[in-house]
Ligand binder design. Structure first.
Ligand code: ADP
Ligand code: TYD
Length: 208
């Protein structure tokens, strides 16, 4: 029987460098012939995209938002993550369940979030979640430089982003699957730290 792939997630506030680091490690994964896919939440499936559009069309409570994000997660797990893992590919997701704990937070405590996540993911937990940790002021400067514009979820004020950072760090204390990465480092160094840890998890030795 072929070996199942690993499931990995990358998290962090907007502008923390998730997309950049994923781009940076791709060539290493390819040169090492590691089978992988990179995917994303909440827009990783057609259903996820449709739900994202709903969130941008209607005003809903944080509770409803958490359920919609969880529905999107469930579809992503069923249609993208599990099939790829079953095919022996490692799945690296740009955002996953931690984002719901951090952003749809009005009355979502850790225990409620765990139950919601277990149901949405059918108890599939990532082997590792990298939390790119950075001062929200620096992240906001990066995002503005990148886009010039921001979308509904990026228009969150700085206080919210500081709370989001704290929520990530709170989550990191709950389990060893979380690894907090200093995302203020140079992009090459952030990528190197993540790649080395990832290869270790995958049991791959780099000959250089
Ligand atoms: N370590 C870094 N140092 C400086 N700038 C960075 C770093 N990582 C990413 N950036 C820049 O910050 C902006 C946001 O990065 P991005 O990867 O799109 O973040 P995210 O996907 O987390 O929103 C981009 O313009 C990117 O080039
Ligand atoms: C997965 C997920 C994302 N989000 C938000 C966080 C982001 O602001 C947005 C995704 O937008 P995106 O443009 O992908 O932002 P980023 O580059 O920072 O990942 O969705 C939630 O609020 N809850 C969730 O469960």
């Amino acid at each position: 029987m072929s070996k199942k792939g690993f499931f990995i997630a990358v998290e962090g506030i907007n502008g923390s460098g998730k997309t950049s680091v994923l781009k940076a490690i791709q060539s290493d994964l390819e040169s090492l012939s590691i089978p992988y896919i990179i995917t994303e939440e909440p827009r990783g499936t057609d259903v996820g995209l449709a739900l994202w559009n709903i969130l941008h069309s209607y005003k809903v409570s944080a509770r409803t938002e958490a359920l919609i994000m969880s529905a999107s997660r469930s579809d992503h797990i069923e249609k993208v993550v599990v099939p790829a893992m079953d095919a022996g590919k490692h799945v690296i997701s740009d955002r996953h369940a931690a984002s719901t704990f951090v952003f749809q937070k009005s009355d979502l405590n850790f225990e409620q979030w765990m139950k919601l996540t277990e149901y949405a993911t059918n108890k599939l937990e990532p082997s590792r979640v990298y939390i790119l940790d950075i001062d929200p002021v620096i992240a906001a400067q990066r995002s503005t430089a990148r886009n010039g514009i921001s979308d509904k979820f990026e228009e969150l004020d700085l206080t919210f982003q500081y709370t989001a950072r704290d929520r990530y760090l709170l989550l990191a204390k709950k389990s060893d699957i979380y690894k907090v990465i200093n995302a203020a480092l140079e992009p090459e160094n952030v990528a190197k730290i993540i790649l080395n840890d990832l290869l270790n998890i995958l049991g791959v030795t780099k000959n250089s």
